[in-house]
Write a protein that binds this ligand. Structure first.
Ligand SMILES: [Cu+2]
Length: 121
């Protein structure tokens, strides 16, 4: 489980840089919901810190928001309150990697192939 604090003036991009997120991880945003929110946005909205109304309606506002990282993709989240995103650094982008499971089965295939080769020779 990875926790992201409710910090303003904190460099989330830097914080996320050395963290590896994989499918199955859970991202928890804990914050004072009278001051902040969490909006999932796309890359363009992330860059400009603007949120289209339809996204704003889907803002997470519980103060204890759980995001299941279910698919390998880039995820962008910002706080859309006041200028928290553009001037206080409340924006987070992470890269969700595929879960290690496929590599395990690939290794299994490789071992099978290796055994077959050995038995033939
Ligand atoms: Cu905020």
């Amino acid at each position: 489980m990875t926790r992201v604090g409710p910090y303003v003036d904190f460099n989330y991009t830097e914080w996320a840089q050395d963290k590896v997120f994989v499918v199955g991880d859970i991202l928890v945003f804990k914050y004072d919901n009278r001051k902040h929110n969490v909006v999932k946005v796309n890359g363009t909205m992330f860059q400009s810190c603007t949120v289209r109304p339809e996204r704003a309606n889907q803002a997470l506002t519980s103060g204890n928001d759980v995001i299941n990282l279910a698919t390998p993709e880039k995820k962008w989240c910002i706080c859309s309150v006041a200028y928290h995103c553009s001037t206080r650094g409340m924006k987070l982008v992470i890269n969700v990697m595929p879960s290690p499971a496929p590599y395990v089965s690939l290794l299994g295939l490789f071992e099978l192939a290796l055994k077959k080769y050995v038995s033939v020779s």
